[in-house]
Write a protein that binds this ligand. Structure first.
Ligand code: UD1
Ligand code: CA
Length: 509
């Protein structure tokens, strides 16, 4: 999630790049810049366990595909591992393997992860053992093991975990103290406080169950140790499963390896098992992201603002109440985003003002533009710098050149509109004949009167004027006036005559 990706600066928003480059690294939630782990990239592989069913979600959908802030929750640990430089990242899938693999690869790109199938869930140790052949040739390096359902895990925790394993060549394990340890594997320590093993709840003695420190299920250690230790696992325990946790005692007993515990806040390492936990995790992630952005962005109401993990926001941006910034939305510096604005994959230029209740998807808004209130920018909209798009204007696959305006009540679909064009109230591009779509071209400086219909394909030339109420079906030459209007008739004294007629009728009736 804290992936430092290059800012790709397509199109009409030249100033966005600088503000992003300056702010994005520290603005990324859970960021903290490049850690030690990233500097040593190349010695780390990761295994993400996600074969389980997730019965408690009570869902037809696999647990890891449930969305948390707009993306499958299983993506969070994978991206975190990648952000730490883990390569390869091996994902163990079982339940709904094809659906999960498809959804993850659609997001990550083919080849980003290696998928290993575990057809029967015979335990966490079995899952890791199945993943090890994908790491053959990975000798002398480190393996990080994560769960696919722990989205709130922090980068700092993993950096500490990996750094510890790297420094001491030990098995480093994340431990935590939940409010209620029921169900978790307990951390067993000797009199000196050294970790000697993990005992699962179902195998634990009453004394062991009284232990409050538990195993979070996140480990890092030498690849060769993982290979040896998982190959030697048995399943003689209360659940008849291959417990990955058994490798902890093995590392503790091996003077060459040893165990180091890394303590983490329970809220950050808790797995998602049901929809209540999913909602809580989403709220926590939202707060974490908003907190990070508050270093340089003003939130009118951080509790109601939704900013998804891939969003980038420049300095001095103001966000109103109930704003939702989704997908790969990028906001340039100094832009103002009004109450209730919902933007998905939208690029907003520096200093632009997006007024309340505007909805935009896959659109580019130029620097200094003014949009809304109540505008609807649909995919393929590109508004140039200093454009105005006002209330109840819908755009789709439409370009508006610098300084052009469409301020009221219009539908502009499949239109290429030049610079300094004025589109009057109630203008409609008729782009669809029921079978095919066609484009409308309006050249620089043209003036489109109110209540005009432009029946595409059609072109209005440079500086041409279209009179109000016109239905344009043929191209208009540059500088010409186009007008289709029924001549106005006038009947003098009409109103009084009608009034008298009805007054007479009432009297006689
Ligand atoms: C495991 C630990 C326990 C720890 C707890 C933390 C073991 C034996 N126990 O408990 O000490 O306190 O996690 O949450 O490891 N999975 C597979 N294949 C399998 C089994 C599990 O991929 O065969 C995946 C699941 O999809 C899940 C993760 O591993 O993402 C953990 O499995 P889960 O059954 O929740 O772990 P527990 O046994 O409850
Ligand atoms: Ca669990």
């Amino acid at each position: 999630m804290a992936r430092a990706k290059p800012v790709d600066n397509r199109g009409a928003v030249p100033d966005i790049k600088d503000s992003m480059a300056r702010t994005q690294r520290k603005a990324k939630p859970g960021g903290g810049g490049r850690g030690r782990a990233a500097e040593r990239a190349g010695d780390l592989a990761a295994i993400v366990l996600a074969a389980g069913q997730g019965t408690r979600m009570r869902s037809a959908r696999a647990k890891v595909l449930h969305e948390l802030l707009g993306r499958p929750l299983g993506l969070y640990p994978i991206e975190l591992a990648r952000a730490l430089g883990a390569d390869p990242v091996v994902v163990v899938l079982g339940h709904q393997r094809e659906a999960v693999e498809g959804a993850l690869l659609a997001r990550l790109g083919v080849g980003a992860v290696t998928v290993v199938e575990q057809t029967q869930q015979r335990g966490t140790g079995h899952a890791v053992r199945l993943a090890m052949p994908a790491l053959s040739g990975f000798r002398g390096k480190l393996v990080l093991v994560l769960y696919g359902d722990v989205p709130l895990l922090r980068r700092e925790t993993l950096e500490e975990l990996v750094g510890t394993a790297r420094r001491y060549g030990c098995l480093a394990v994340v431990t935590t103290t939940p409010p209620d340890p029921t169900g978790y594997g307990r951390i067993v320590r000797d009199q000196r406080g050294h970790v000697t093993g993990v005992v699962e709840e179902k195998d634990a003695s009453p004394e062991e169950r009284a232990i409050t420190e538990v195993n979070a299920g996140i480990y890092c250690g030498p690849a060769d140790f993982f290979r040896r230790a998982t190959a030697g696992l048995g399943a003689r325990n209360a659940q008849g499963e291959y417990y990955l946790t058994d490798i902890v005692a093995r590392a503790a007993a091996d003077a060459e390896i040893g165990v180091t515990a890394i303590d983490a806040d329970f809220r950050d390492v808790a797995g998602i098992n049901d929809r209540r936990q999913l909602a809580e995790a989403e709220a926590a992630m939202r707060a974490r992201i908003n907190q990070a952005f508050m270093a340089h962005v003003t939130f009118r109401d951080p509790a109601s603002a939704v900013v998804e993990p891939d969003v980038e926001i420049g300095v001095d941006v103001e966000l109103g109440r109930n704003v939702a910034l989704r997908g790969r939305t990028r906001i340039g510096h100094g832009a103002r985003i009004g109450d209730g604005v919902i933007l998905t994959d939208v690029e907003v230029g520096a200093g632009a003002e997006i007024r309340p209740y505007t909805v935009g998807t896959e659109a580019v808004i130029g620097a200094g533009a003014r949009v809304g209130p109540f505008a609807h920018l649909r995919p393929g909209t590109r508004l140039g710098p200093d454009t105005h798009v006002g209330n109840f204007v819908e755009t789709k696959q439409t370009t508006l050149g610098r300084g052009s305006k469409a301020n009221h009540l219009s539908y502009l679909g499949d239109a290429t509109i030049g610079e300094r064009v004025n589109v009057g109230a109630g203008t409609i591009t008729c782009n669809y004949n029921g079978y095919e779509k066609f484009r409308t071209f309006i050249e620089d400086g043209a003036f489109i009167g109110s209540d005009t219909q432009l029946v595409a394909p059609v072109r209005v030339g440079k500086g041409a004027v279209v009179g109000a109420g016109t239905t344009v079906t043929r191209d208009v030459a540059p500088g010409a006036l186009a007008l289709t209007r029924v001549p106005q008739i006038e009947k003098r004294g009409y109103a009084r005559k009608v009034a008298k007629k009805y007054a007479d009728k009432r009297k006689s009736g």
